[in-house]
Design a protein around this ligand. Structure first.
Ligand SMILES: [Zn+2]
Length: 54
């Protein structure tokens, strides 16, 4: 990873979790690589069962 990419992760962002729909806001100055999911658990479950919805 380039140093510039890491810097971008330190900016505040907001998004909705692709799996559970939870609104997520990251804090400026904190390293946070989340861009689509509220947690690692959601990203793991999303990719494990991409077509299954309960
Ligand atoms: Zn989620």
């Amino acid at each position: 990873m380039k140093p510039n990419d890491a810097l971008n992760f330190r900016k505040s962002r907001s998004f909705d979790c692709k799996r559970c729909g939870q609104h997520v806001e990251t804090k400026e100055g904190e390293l946070d690589r989340r861009t689509k999911f509220c947690s690692a658990l959601c990203s793991r479950r999303y990719f494990r069962h991409p077509n299954k919805q309960r």
